[in-house]
Design a binder for this molecule. Structure first.
Ligand code: PLP
Length: 425
């Protein structure tokens, strides 16, 4: 099946008991076992099946299967938020005393998680500027468990060198985890060498702005056993699951050691499960993701063209308008468009940025991205306001920077709103 078909058909044809075509919301905590032998087999993982909704649920399973197939992975796990997906993706292979290497260009919540919360747990994050991909290698040592980066990090919108850095990872037996929240469908990190993909489904995958959720896709393309010393959590007996060795336990089920452990240990113990109702809302969004992404990208490109050269605009930040290596990467890693995120700098700085936002009528003033509606924010006075001036500049936020997440409305209405707000700046 092609992608447009996968998102509509994978994992569900009809409900076996009711013949329902729509994916039902299996709003249940528990599942009746056939008998004690069946229950024992499920608990010992000799057989896979539903036990308890904190660990798995049939509605969530359809979302998981569709996303895994769309990304070219082998399995996926839905969680309660994008933050939970990022945290679990690391905690599944890192414990106290370990380290991982991360790109500096990150969503602020992930930055906090890595530089404070995981640090308090004894997990060290070593930050590397993705402008110098070769430096990822210098940060790796024998306690390094993974590399983490975002495909299309805002506000700079420089596409991450996935292939270059995944090659460094391969050389040292270190997997690459990509947060692909800002570029689902248009970028397939696994096909460029990444091993694990995380999402905030809150954004484009839902698109409707109804639910908070996250997802981890296992590429099944990393040999955890070949680097057994580097990954004791997957290769040594796990005392919390009567001595299971995850790389062994997964063998009859496929190359799913990573996601199997995440599900039966992290979901079991931390409990950040996606609710079946939220999974249902994400399934509705996912069904139209390819169409929406095409429209998001088309609209953003037209907005970029409109802003480029506008008398009040100093600079437009959009992958298609970049030159050199950044443009090359955007072309080689994304297909069908350059995403819907776009930044621009107003000539008159911070006051102009605030005035522009306050005068918008159609675009929503929110901190979110990836909604079907167009969204705007002035980072210097909001998301990045706690940073020093130098920190703001190094993260790409100048005083007059405005971030737009362009929606799927009619392009004329979007441009008309931007135009009238710019006139008042
Ligand atoms: N990753 C990226 C790139 C994000 O933009 C966000 C949220 O803004 C997250 C992760 C966290 O997702 P959530 O808000 O669903 O926890």
């Amino acid at each position: 099946m092609k992608e447009e078909t996968i998102v509509l058909h994978t994992g569900h044809r009809r409900d076996e008991s009711t013949t329902s075509v729509a994916v039902p919301i299996y709003q249940t905590t528990s599942y009746q076992f056939n008998n004690t032998e069946h229950a024992a087999k499920l608990f010992s993982l000799q057989e896979l099946g539903n036990i308890y909704t904190r660990i798995m649920n049939p509605t969530c399973a359809v979302l998981e299967e569709r996303m895994s197939k769309l990304d070219g992975g082998v399995a996926a796990m839905a969680v309660s938020s994008g933050q939970a997906a990022s945290a679990f993706s690391i905690q599944n292979i890192c414990h106290s005393g370990d380290n991982f290497v991360s790109s500096t260009d990150l969503y602020g919540g992930t930055w906090n998680l890595f530089s404070n919360t995981l640090k308090e747990m004894g997990i060290e994050c070593r930050f590397v500027d993705p402008a110098k991909p070769e430096q990822f290698e210098n940060a790796i040592d024998d306690k390094t468990r993974c590399i983490y980066a975002e495909t299309l990090p805002n506000p700079k919108l420089n596409v991450f060198p996935i292939n270059e850095v995944s090659k460094i990872g391969k050389k040292h037996n270190v997997p690459l985890i990509m947060d692909n929240t800002a570029a689902p469908y248009i970028c397939k990190p696994l096909s460029h060498g990444a091993n694990i993909v995380v999402y905030s489904t809150t954004k484009y995958i839902g698109g409707h702005g109804l639910s908070i959720g996250g997802l981890i896709v296992d590429g099944g393309n990393f040999d955890w056993e070949a680097a057994a010393d580097r990954f004791p959590m997957l290769n040594k007996p796990d005392p919390s699951y009567h001595g299971a060795v995850w790389s062994e336990a997964a063998k009859p089920l496929g190359p799913i050691a990573y996601i199997l452990r995440a599900r039966v240990i992290l979901l079991r113990d931390y409990g950040s499960a996606m609710s079946p109702f939220n999974a249902f809302t994400f399934i509705q969004g996912l069904e139209t993701l390819p169409l929406r992404m095409q429209r998001h990208c088309e609209n953003a490109e037209k907005v970029a063209q409109y802003l480029d050269g506008h008398s009040k605009v100093e600079k437009v930040i959009y992958p298609k308008l970049m030159s050199g290596i950044h443009r090359d990467r955007a072309e080689s890693y994304m297909s069908g468009g350059f995403g819907s995120l776009l930044g621009f700098e107003l000539k008159d700085g911070e006051d102009a940025g605030k005035k522009f936002i306050d005068n918008l009528k159609l675009l929503y003033h929110v901190a979110n991205i990836g909604d079907a509606r167009s969204l705007a924010i002035h980072p210097a006075s909001t998301t990045h306001s706690q940073l020093s001036d130098d920190e703001k500049l190094s993260s790409g936020v100048t005083p007059g920077y405005v971030r737009l997440s362009i929606g799927i409305e009619h392009i004329d209405d979007i441009i008309e709103d931007l135009d009238q707000a710019l006139k008042k700046v």
